[in-house]
Ligand binder design. Structure first.
Ligand code: TYD
Ligand code: MG
Length: 446
């Protein structure tokens, strides 16, 4: 085997340097040089592969293994696929290790849990908290990837967990564990192992401060499935979101609650997000939103109050800030609301983030309701996109939203007229179809 040559390549422009530099001399970007390796000779081609007509390809549908955690199966697209590599990213302390320990303890067969972060004693303590008594989980406190692969070949487990990819290193690279080169190389080797052996591999990756460097981002194109575990430390709710999935749909979510005994799945999140909703207060309205294929009823709150000094403050939590500002401008100009001297705070209850345009109408209602101090009935829910000239535009999957709301007990809906006209069923709801902002505000009585 020829000797490996180390060089540093700029990830932005491709500039190659024999030593590491903080700034790329070619494109001028900072911190973009990453250690790479080459064998210094051409890659040998292995025999040619014959092209095949698509109709002749035999698709293996591949058995999926259920994790017996419905919310987790859902985000995977129905269960674990053999030989797949799943990356679970998230902030430190959000519950990634807890989630995976719970998932693998449900699997039948041997699981190798490689931990570079915690000692076996710490993991044991956690397992006891989760009241898990699994004999099939084998712990390996190891950070050298070469040793991990050797152990894998020795004990041939049925699933592997790597906690976390940032602690792993390969001897081939000189850089420290956690650097882009190390993280990428280790993931690529694990991917190769998974494909060759048909064993599913779960990789945990911390989201680093910058969100990109050496974090799960640099691995997204390598692995099959990328899940992000999100949530607010202050709230017990956690959302597991699919951002990439070669074996299922993306934008699927699973909802969990962090309790003393680990993560509990929540099958009916709408009821939970609405459970503490006060009735008859102004500035609050429920929106029927969709996350992936899943309808979610969530409370949107607004607080509008006179500015005490200088420039009015605009803050929004869980909503797109630019979008909220745009809607405030529409409210001023089209609906004639006087928001100039007002602080406006908007919030999504439960620590959720809602970015789809269907939330627009709810923001408009919550702000108007708070400004005019008129409560919106607690049996009303809304959805709809608001355009710049105050028109209310249709959104997707109206029936799914209505059905979920009717199930939870809502009675009245204010929705875009074009959605209302196309409905095949009304689910026993009193539906007002609206075309513009003033009509919408009238329909909701604010
Ligand atoms: P952990 O899974 O270690 O997070 P990560 O691997 O993403 O860094 O767990 C994070 C937090 O969860 C930790 O602060 C303690 C809390 N926790 C509970 O509240 N209940 C539990 O049963 C467990 C195991 C952890
Ligand atoms: Mg952990």
């Amino acid at each position: 085997m020829s000797k490996l040559k180390t060089f540093y390549q700029c990830q932005a422009c491709g500039y190659v340097s024999p030593k590491w530099l903080g700034r790329c001399p070619d494109c001028g970007q900072w911190n973009t040089l990453v250690e790479e390796k080459s064998r210094g000779k051409k890659i040998e081609t292995q025999g040619r592969v014959q092209p095949t007509p698509l109709s002749m390809v035999e698709a293996e549908t591949g058995e999926r293994v259920s994790t017996r955690i419905k919310e987790f199966d859902r985000v995977l697209g129905g269960g674990i696929v053999a030989g797949s590599v799943v990356l679970i990213g998230g902030d430190p302390g959000i519950g990634k290790s807890t989630l995976l320990l719970q998932v693998v303890s449900n699997l039948s067969g041997k699981v190798l849990y490689v931990s570079g972060e915690e000692s076996p004693e710490q993991i044991k303590l956690r397992a006891e908290r989760l009241s898990m008594h699994s004999d099939s989980i084998i712990l390996l406190p190891e950070t050298a990837l070469e040793h991990v692969i050797t152990t894998l070949n020795d004990i041939k487990p049925d699933a592997v967990v790597i906690d976390s990819i940032q602690t792993m290193y390969t001897e081939e690279f000189n850089s420290a564990p956690g650097s882009v080169g190390q993280v990428r190389e280790c993931a690529a080797r694990l991917m190769f192992y998974a494909k060759k052996s048909g064993i599913p591999v779960f990789i945990i990756g911390h989201v680093t401060k910058e969100g990109t460097i050496a974090g799960p981002r640099v691995l997204e194109h390598i692995v099959d499935t990328v899940l992000y575990f999100e949530g607010d430390r202050g709230h017990p709710y956690r959302i597991l979101r699919t951002v990439k999935n070669r074996f299922g749909s993306t934008n699927e979510i699973g909802v969990f609650e962090m309790t003393d005994a680990g993560l509990k799945e929540i099958e009916n999140p709408s009821e939970l997000f609405l459970s503490e909703r006060p009735s008859d207060v102004s500035g609050s309205v429920v929106v029927a939103s969709i996350e992936g294929t899943r309808p979610l009823l969530v409370e949107i709150q607004a607080l509008v109050s006179p500015t005490t000094f200088g420039v009015p403050r605009r803050t929004s939590i869980g909503l797109d800030f630019q979008r909220v500002n745009l809607l405030l401008a529409v409210l001023e100009k089209i609906a004639g609301l006087n928001l100039g001297g007002m602080d406006v705070f908007t919030n999504v209850v439960g620590g959720l983030k809602l970015v789809e345009p269907a939330v627009d109408l709810a923001i408009v209602f919550a702000v108007t309701s708070s400004l005019r101090e008129i409560p919106i009935g607690s049996d009303v829910f809304v959805f709809g996109e608001v355009g710049l000239s105050g028109e209310i535009r249709a959104v997707s999957q109206a029936e799914l939203r209505l059905k979920e709301a009717a199930k939870i007990g809502f009675k009245r809906a204010v929705i875009p007229r074009s959605n209302a006209e196309r409905l095949r069923e009304s689910f026993g709801l009193d539906i007002s179809g609206v075309t513009n902002i003033s009509g919408a505000l009238d329909a909701a009585g604010v």
